[in-house]
Design a binder for this molecule. Structure first.
Ligand SMILES: O=C(O)CCC(=O)C(=O)O
Length: 274
């Protein structure tokens, strides 16, 4: 359910913190499923899960993590956020809504170690259509809304997600972020106006991807674990060219399947004339 306060804060800041979005049992099941995957290095596959990295210092990603078992399948339309995501992606009754409301174009678990961080990126100034923040004629029509779920507690030194509240509407790039981008390896911490979000395992952060965001550098030992599902309108396409496995599509509920594959490709083989 979406409250008036959700709407006010999402519009104002570009994000909502959903405390206790997952139960301790759900968190334990997700961590257990991750532990069951043999350690991989970028480029390796475990079934349909792919080890991947954006850069060299932002940690390891296990992409297509909804293939890693039922605890991850449950995140596709989890009641703690799915109504809010649907509301902010919006588009009902428009051409955007052709085959259902939503599509997940990227879903992954991220493991971040000591010394790793991801630089602050994105912002309203960039004007990208894919992740745009949009409110028009009384309704939301955002291009991409992310759910980032903490699977470990994230406090000081743990490399928490950083956001610049309100930056989804910014007309200018933050001058310090600009400098950061030009100085390879510079720390993303201490950027005026940015906030580090501390979370308990099971908390989730819902944010429009236009928001300027990244993470602080992890200084503590051990590993930060988060899961990110990126939702957009149903006509989207996978960010990195993955495709869901036939087995996953077969076992998903119709509601989940529609979010994973809103439109089945037409099969021309039964009626081939050439
Ligand atoms: O890892 C994080 O805390 C931030 C995630 C991020 O940068 C993204 O979703 O693009």
């Amino acid at each position: 359910m979406v409250t008036d306060l959700d709407i006010y804060l999402f519009d104002l800041r570009g994000f909502l913190k959903l405390e206790g979005a997952l139960s301790a049992n759900e968190v334990a099941a997700l961590n257990g499923s991750l532990d069951a995957i043999p350690t991989m290095t970028p480029g390796e596959w475990y079934g349909y899960v792919h080890a991947h990295q954006y850069g060299t210092t932002d940690g390891l990603n296990y992409q297509q993590i909804y293939e890693a078992g039922t605890p991850f399948e449950a995140l596709i339309d989890h009641p703690s956020w799915i109504d809010k995501v649907r509301h902010f992606i919006g588009g009902e009754g428009t051409f955007d809504y052709n085959h259902g409301a939503l599509f997940i174009d990227e879903n992954f678990a991220n493991f971040r170690q000591q010394g790793e961080a991801i630089g602050i990126h994105s912002g309203g100034f960039a004007g990208a259509k894919r992740n745009q923040y949009r409110y028009l004629n009384g309704r939301f029509m955002c291009g991409q809304v992310n759910i980032l779920i903490a699977l470990t507690d994230i406090g000081p030194g743990d490399g928490g997600t950083m956001v610049i509240p309100g930056s989804h509407k910014s007309n200018f790039e933050h001058p310090d972020v600009l400098k950061h981008r030009m100085a390879a390896g510079a720390s993303v911490d201490g950027i005026e106006g940015a906030e580090e979000v501390y979370m308990n395992a099971g908390d989730a952060l819902l944010f429009v991807d236009t928001l300027s965001h990244g993470s602080a550098r992890r200084t503590n030992e051990a590993t930060r674990r988060v899961v990110i599902y990126r939702y957009g309108p149903s006509y989207g396409i996978f960010r990195f060219g993955y495709e869901p496995s036939p087995a996953l599509l077969e076992r998903l509920t119709p509601e989940r399947r529609q979010i994973v594959q809103p439109m089945e490709l037409l099969d021309r083989t039964p009626n081939l004339k050439d």
